[in-house]
Design a protein around this ligand. Structure first.
Ligand code: PLP
Length: 348
């Protein structure tokens, strides 16, 4: 996160993970719709309802949180005591592992193998689960590869968890970047599923920090209570803006979709043209891809890319795969094309 905040920016920034920022000027609202303080002790009811409606759940299952970041932390902090065993996919979003470490959980991993196209393989989870496992954690779409896990596989993971009385936490922050037949939330797959999400990555609304957890009502209440220690109450003005955003969600998503799809077409050409240097699992979904560098050293390549070509990508070491790097799409197609061109030159 520190690297992302301090070192990822460049003129040609392919080190992104979500789409470009949605401008406030394009959100239709008037000044009198905003206020600083309001009735939101355990969430602002209209926002709870908007989140519930989007996910087809009861408002009692919704816990607001400051982004998926706080949602993941609050969910894990509620579910895990020090020493509890948590089983996390590998590779994954680094902050999931470090949040579990901070909570002093005992961390076990199960692989998503590149030779298996980073697919989530229930057999790997079955091998790694123990009677002490409390929680299985995964991302869908997968960060870094953007691979989609089908509902049937998620159901198998749910069964494996249930067999040891564990729960499954699914981070769905990228799921709406499946633009056609967008899957429903894994929350619907059983009462041992907990889901986290936000309007950050697919909608370009990171600044609203509109995140949420979906959990069974008793767990949701426990999360609300724990949140009394952390954020206490949500930020009211951005709750109001988030309700307005929910009213225009399709339009907001479609704006970014056009950029993501144009970028994905360029990415395909780039990968085809650089087969002797790179190989990458290609997902038709999402905003990131995670190539392997076939020859040479990623750290050297990335230093050259930054220093000579003003271009950044995310080092694979943040995903425990140092011979990889992650490319992000969906911000600005002109910049993306120029960044890929520079990456090609650096590779050659
Ligand atoms: C899988 C995953 N979860 C959560 C986050 C953080 O989301 P937010 O900005 O909503 O806090 C990220 C950001 O990169 C992510 O990749």
């Amino acid at each position: 996160m520190q690297w992302a905040k301090l070192h990822s920016k460049a003129r040609y920034n392919l080190a992104t993970s979500g789409v470009g920022a949605y401008p406030l000027a394009e959100l239709p609202f008037t000044r009198d719709q905003l206020e600083i303080n309001g009735d939101n002790s355990y969430g602002y009811a209209p926002l709870q309802q908007a989140i519930a409606k989007k996910n087809d759940v009861e408002p009692a299952c919704v816990v607001e949180a400051a982004g998926t970041s706080m949602a993941n932390y609050l969910a894990m902090a509620t579910l895990l005591d020090p020493g509890d065993e948590v089983l996390i996919e590998q590779p994954t979003y680094e902050l999931i592992v470090s949040a579990a470490q901070y909570l002093q959980a005992k961390i076990a991993r199960f692989p998503r193998r590149e030779e298996n196209n980073f697919a989530l393989d229930p057999n790997e989870a079955r091998r790694a689960v123990t009677p002490r496992t409390k929680l299985i954690v995964l991302t869908n779409l997968h960060n870094p590869s953007s691979v989609l896990t089908p509902e049937s596989t998620l159901g198998e993971i749910g069964d494996i968890a249930r067999s040891v009385n564990a729960r499954v936490l699914v981070d769905e922050v990228y799921l709406d970047a499946v633009y056609e037949n967008t899957p429903r939330s894994a929350f619907h797959l059983g009462d041992n599923f907990i889901v986290t999400n936000s309007l950050t990555k697919v909608y370009g609304l990171s600044g609203l920090r509109c995140g949420w957890i979906l959990a069974q009502p008793d767990l949701a209440r426990a999360m609300h209570q724990l949140n009394d220690l952390f954020a206490a109450t949500p930020v009211y003005p951005t709750e109001l803006l988030s309700v307005i955003a929910f009213q225009h969600l399709d339009k907001i998503r479609n704006r970014a979709r056009q950029i993501v799809e144009a970028d994905r077409a360029l990415l395909a050409q780039f990968l085809d043209a650089n087969k002797s240097h790179l190989t990458s699992v290609r997902s038709p979904y999402g905003t990131t891809t995670f190539p392997t560098l076939l020859r040479g050293n990623v750290a050297d390549l990335l230093a050259k890319l930054r220093n000579q070509y003003e271009t950044t990508v995310v080092p694979g070491r943040f995903f425990e795969m140092p011979d990889h790097f992650r490319i992000g799409m969906g911000v600005n197609t002109e910049m993306f094309a120029a960044g890929l061109h520079r990456l090609t030159r650096a590779l050659h």
